[in-house]
Design a protein around this ligand. Structure first.
Ligand code: ZN
Length: 248
């Protein structure tokens, strides 16, 4: 049986699947894995949340990274894997996409915003740390170029990209929803995550404990392979494209 046939058999039997994505799906769009050798964090130090809040110079550095596009995700497009997942949501197969990625590519591929649960936030826009108001990055380029502090237009609070930074707690509402979806699904499909970052990596175990089938698709072995019903070391885009054709 081919990988696609094996995956299709599980998806055909599933009534409610959850997809969990990590950096591995976005590397297929040319986005470097933040944690890998050659990734962003091997070139520059992550900025801690506490330092961002405390220091104007650190904030300046953070915004410079945003506007000189050094994170490497800017301008990337969704790939066949993202589009296949959006199709699975559209077909009613997948109830939620839980993602560790901050690149907005699931939404860009047409997946409905309300189906995407972002555990590490979103780097494609900014949010006020005080009132939560969303601000588009394009609107912040001018104050950045002028060297001004970048603050909320409504309450003058500090703005930061809407990512969950190192030192910042996990988003409570998203973690709650992700846990609920993991418990309610009958198939939990990991795509491109090495499953080492907790608490996110606890979700497949949560799903498994509540009776779901666990499938892991990743180029390299993961910590949780031993618990999986099926492990495929494959490229996500080609695999999902072939799998879609086999769904009934
Ligand atoms: Zn505000």
């Amino acid at each position: 049986m081919s990988d696609a046939e094996a995956l299709a058999r599980y998806l055909n039997a599933s009534k409610r699947a959850v997809v969990f994505t990590g950096a591995g799906i976005s590397t297929e769009s040319g986005i470097p894995d933040f944690r890998s050798p050659g990734g962003v964090w091997s070139k520059m130090k992550p900025i801690m949340f506490q330092d961002f809040v405390a220091s104007p110079a650190v904030r300046r550095e953070a915004w410079t990274r945003v506007f000189n596009k050094s994170a490497g995700w800017t301008g990337a497009s969704p790939n066949a894997g993202h589009r296949a997942i959006a199709a699975l949501v559209e077909q009613g197969k997948v109830s939620a996409i839980i993602t560790q990625n901050v690149d907005n590519l699931h939404q860009d591929s047409g997946a409905p915003v309300e189906r995407v649960i972002e555990l590490h936030g979103n780097a494609s826009y900014a949010k006020c740390l005080d009132c939560g108001q969303r601000h588009e990055l394009d609107d912040l380029a001018l104050p950045y170029e002028r060297g001004e502090e970048i603050v909320c237009l409504h309450c003058a609070g500090l703005l930061k990209t809407a990512t969950i930074s190192f030192g910042q707690s996990m988003p409570e509402a998203e973690m709650t929803r992700a846990t609920q979806e993991s418990r309610a699904c009958d198939l939990f499909l990991v795509l491109g995550s090495s499953l080492v970052v907790y608490p996110a990596a606890g979700l497949p175990i949560e799903a498994k404990r509540h009776g779901a089938t666990l499938i892991i698709v990743n180029r390299e072995p993961t910590e949780l392979d031993q618990y999986a019903d099926l492990v495929l070391n494959a490229e996500i885009g080609p695999l999902l494209t072939d799998t879609l054709k086999l769904l009934t």
